[in-house]
Design a protein around this ligand. Structure first.
Ligand code: GKR
Ligand code: MG
Length: 434
């Protein structure tokens, strides 16, 4: 089998005004949809980061893709995963995922790998999870992902989306938001995005969630490095009960050294709440130091930047070997990414926590999957009995996404600029803030 064509589609999808320590989400998130077509007309698809940078990186390797055999292509491209090109110094501490120049090689490789797997799966009639080792679960659990948010459902002008969840800038509003997400999707755990309001208010928010949902719904909080070591330890102590029993404290502070100090000081207080990360430990090169310092007890994998599905499986094996838990990270995405996440999670035995997903924040109006939105039921995505990723493209919807992209004035994610535009002209991403 030979690849005849690689098509790269830049799209924009409505995104609500969600807050994090990076700033504010823009009215549209950018994504890239790929199509790999074989000589016999089978089409493999994938979804990855959007905007100019990711699309250009894919364009740049197009000549190596056309004419290649999809079974061998990732072997040929594997130097992209090695050494400096493989992201030696990369980190998401300051740059939003998808915007780190040091991630270019691994995320470009990942985008092609998954499209190849979908193409192969669709050619031989096998689901991707069974191609990469075989599923260990048919249903993949995801967690609710509440955010502080301003009013609005995303989009602009005559293209605005319904504000399904409303404004949420208080503990009470956050509890309401989670309740609504759980009622709609049946999630069994909650990952709460902090690093936005004063830590006392965020602690109170988690306490109110615990009161509302009880000890059977594990809670996590992720301020994306907004706190000092002292503040992180204070939060860990305040929330020792609420974050135990399957919860975690995610990236409270910046860097492996800072995380290690938080861990040591909490353990010294008899608090064994694990620290998770998708900011401090983001590449294989971070693992030796991360393990030596005991900085991170749970790694959030994400095939989009860890170098694809098989790299995530390698990561899981290493994590298991060193007694580290594994969860999964996400950014604003559509159904093709969700299915990619579900397939790799289905074929990864050592996945010890429900995965994150932004999917509830996106609208059916923007979905490019044929047949509409992927179902999340009882908090899980079920692997469909279909080849490849189990989804294909709705080309009319894809066209709409491309038209939207042409109208959007920005070409990369910039949450700081968005904050300055809508909330505070002097706002800067300051770490630590509290
Ligand atoms: O979408 O604002 C966001 C999140 O903060 C995202 O950018 C993070 O990468 O979800 C992420 C996380 O877990 O850190
Ligand atoms: Mg995180």
């Amino acid at each position: 089998m030979k690849i005849k064509d690689l098509r790269i589609h830049s799209i924009a999808i409505a995104d609500p005004p969600l807050r994090s320590s990076y700033g504010l989400h823009s009215p549209y998130a950018l994504r890239t949809i790929l199509e790999l077509e074989s000589e016999d007309g089978v089409i493999g698809i994938n979804e990855t980061y959007g905007g100019e940078g990711p699309a250009q990186a894919l364009e740049a390797i197009k000549s190596r893709i056309i004419g290649a055999d999809p079974y061998r292509l990732t072997g040929i491209l594997s130097p992209m995963l090695q050494g400096k090109e493989g992201g030696l110094e990369r980190s998401q501490t300051f740059l939003v995922p998808g915007e780190n120049p040091l991630d270019v090689a691994t995320r470009t490789y990942a985008a092609i790998e998954v499209a190849c797997l979908d193409l192969i799966g669709k050619s031989v009639g096998v689901p991707v999870c069974d191609l990469i080792g075989g599923r260990v679960r048919d249903e993949v659990p995801f967690s609710a992902y509440p955010f502080y948010k301003h009013a609005g459902g995303g989009g602009e002008g005559d293209d605005i989306r319904e504000d399904e969840y409303g404004k949420a800038l208080t503990p009470e509003a956050l509890v309401r938001q989670v309740k609504q997400m759980i009622d709609t999707y049946g999630f069994g755990s909650v990952k709460f995005k902090g690093g936005v309001l004063d830590p006392e208010i965020e602690v109170e928010t988690v306490k109110q969630m615990y009161k509302e949902f009880g000890p059977d719904v594990p809670l996590r909080i992720d301020p994306n490095s907004a706190w000092t070591v002292d503040t992180s330890v204070w939060v860990g102590k305040e929330l020792a009960k609420e974050l135990s029993g399957g919860g975690y404290l995610e990236d409270p502070t910046a860097g492996l050294e800072g995380m290690s100090q938080v861990r040591k000081r909490l353990l010294a207080e008899g608090i064994d709440v694990p620290l998770a990360s998708n900011v401090a430990t983001t590449s294989f090169n971070h693992l030796p130091e991360s393990i030596r310092l005991d900085s991170v007890q749970i790694i959030l994998c994400d095939h989009h930047y860890w170098g694809g599905m098989r790299q995530v499986q390698h990561l899981a094996k290493l994590a298991h070997t060193f007694g580290i838990g594994l969860s999964m990270h996400s950014n604003s995405h559509l159904g093709v990414s969700l299915m990619g996440m579900a397939h790799v999670a289905a074929a990864t035995p050592h996945l010890t926590y429900a995965c994150d997903t932004h999917y509830p924040w996106q609208s059916a109006q923007d979905e490019i999957v044929d047949g509409g939105r992927v179902e999340i039921k009882n908090g899980c995505v079920r692997i469909p009995n279909k080849p490849g990723l189990g989804v294909s493209l709705d080309y009319d919807q894809l066209e709409r996404g491309k038209e939207r992209y042409l109208k959007v004035p920005y070409r990369k994610r910039d949450d700081e600029a968005e904050m300055q535009k809508h909330v505070d002209p002097n706002w800067k991403r300051v770490l630590p803030r509290w």
